[in-house]
Design a protein. Sequence first.
Length: 275
Amino acid sequence: MTDLFDPMLAFVRDIAMYFAVFAALALIVKRRSIFAAYQRCRTEARTNMGLAALNALVLVPLTAVPVATLAMLLDGRVWFESFWDRLPAIAVVVAAICVVDLAAYWRHRLEHSASLWRYHATHHADTALHWLSVQRKHPIAKFLSLMLDMSLVLLLGFPLWAIFTAMLLRSWWGYFIHADVPWTLGILGQIMISPAAHRLHHIRDEQLMGTNFGNTITLWDKLFGTWCDPAPYVDCETGIEEGTRGFWGELKRPWEERYRVREPQDSAAPEKAAV
């Protein structure tokens, strides 16, 4: 019986940990305006929490078997184990971060295509971007990320400890870049995706929405021509033309009539910064 409650307990524990960190960050940054910020995002935050709970308590356990099967099928350690063992631990972790972000970058770009946007639109619907926006994912979009984001590191035979470290950093960084802070991170922001850079990805302008697909590093956006300097767009308006929905509305969103005739998005903004 205890096993049945393990996913729920893990979900509550993880959300409580993230809440403590990002609530403290909000208090430090916003101070007297923190209540107004809470009022702006509270309705969407409830939707995001509901989607997070559904994905964590139902979808993640259901995908455990196919993900484990995928890990077995793509296990490249027979060919690459000795290669990673010869490298310093820090180099292996950095390589794992880059490879995970590469797979996630292309998965993310595909989600902006006409065929998959209907499932990804939920993630862009928040008009008051905040740390819980990272959890605003339709179950089908969540399934795609669970199945695809780790496929390349598994195929290349990275050691499990390096994959775990990379995914842990990716998770924390994902919450951080969705936080409602106007930070470009200066020089560091040229290497790491900043909250301002990711907010630009959520901008209401759908051309500029086709930029900054990376989650952790800027490397792949710069290499593939989708990087856009966020400095001119700090605190930009976020959301999508179709508008935000409640919990049930977001679950039903992909089957709305509007998504059957939607035109493809541009893959990059016309004003993207020079790489």
